[in-house]
Write a protein of this length. Structure first.
Length: 299
């Protein structure tokens, strides 16, 4: 595994399997207090709840110390115009690793050109979110005991949703995968991702309704409209998953996932069904982020 984690494409199948195994160890408490001598910088230039707090929880469980910020407006970067490069140089003097979320695509990659300590991409604009994908894979494996051979629907804003970009790339490491992309034409998955999937012989279906995909899939991965990425006025796209839809169309074993926050695309009626796995998914973020930090920093 590389020194940094910026792009999910960096990881081989062996890397993924090792991290999935470490996440299970973390769940069992076997990684607790293994990084007592480390200091981690948690630097969120963009808003976050689950990613930031699950990383912080992971850091505390590993026994490491944490420094950083959750609002860059109150830093020299935000108030005084300090460059990202200078911020990274500074953090290298204080910490053993950097967790970074930033609104600019490729910002984490830029940080790795400077940083002598590991940089973990916690989301770079509309580009990628590799640690979310790792916990997504762990959640899917937790349910099905495998990832090979599954059919997965990704629903919503697939153009700007970095979680579905990273998950799509990761699925190229597995065999006999079928993906249903459910979105309006203007928000479909980017062409460069489609090209890479085709090169890996991933079966792809494009749909514009939930009803067209639900009967065939094992996983329904819902996403919200990424309104903060748009420059033009937009309106809701109308994908709302309800208990009634699931009862009518879904296979009994189907699980519903969502990187959260949800803003209306999953009805609360779904929460109490056996299909709802999005809160388990969020909890798994702690275990996978423990696994990742341990993998990068444990001597």
């Amino acid at each position: 595994m590389n020194k940094h984690l910026v792009d999910i494409n960096q990881l081989t199948k062996d890397d993924l399997n090792r991290l999935l195994g470490l996440a299970e160890k973390a769940k069992q408490g076997e990684l607790d207090n293994t990084l007592n001598d480390k200091i981690i910088a948690s630097c969120f230039f963009e808003a976050s709840t689950r990613t930031r707090l699950s990383f912080e929880t992971a850091i505390h469980r590993l026994g490491a110390k944490i420094i950083g910020f959750s609002d860059s407006r109150n830093t020299s970067f935000g108030q005084k115009g300090e460059s990202l490069a200078d911020t990274i140089y500074m953090l290298n003097a204080y910490a053993d690793a950097i967790i970074m979320r930033h609104p600019e695509p490729q910002s984490a990659l830029k940080a790795t050109k400077i940083s002598q300590i590991p940089v973990i991409n916690a989301g770079d604009g509309a580009n990628q979110h590799p640690t979310q994908t790792l916990l997504d894979l762990y959640t899917i494996q937790q349910k099905f005991k495998r990832i090979d051979g599954l059919k997965i629907a990704m629903v919503g804003d697939l153009k700007y949703g970095r979680t579905v970009h990273s998950l799509s790339y990761a699925l190229t490491q597995y065999n006999d995968i079928t993906i249903y992309y459910v979105a309006p034409d203007q928000l479909q998955i980017p062409p460069d991702i489609i090209d890479q999937l085709k090169q890996k012989n991933i079966q792809i279906n494009f749909e514009q309704s939930l009803e067209a995909a639900l009967p065939f899939v094992d996983v329904c991965y819902m996403t919200r409209l990424q309104k903060e990425r748009f420059t033009d006025e937009i309106h809701d796209f109308g994908y709302v998953l309800t208990k009634a839809l699931l009862m009518r169309y879904a296979q009994k074993h189907l699980i519903v996932m969502h990187p959260l926050p949800r803003v209306g695309e999953i009805c609360e009626s779904v929460d109490q069904t056996e299909h709802a796995w999005y809160f388990k998914q969020a909890k798994n973020g702690v275990y996978m982020r423990q696994a990742l930090l341990y993998s990068l920093l444990h001597a």
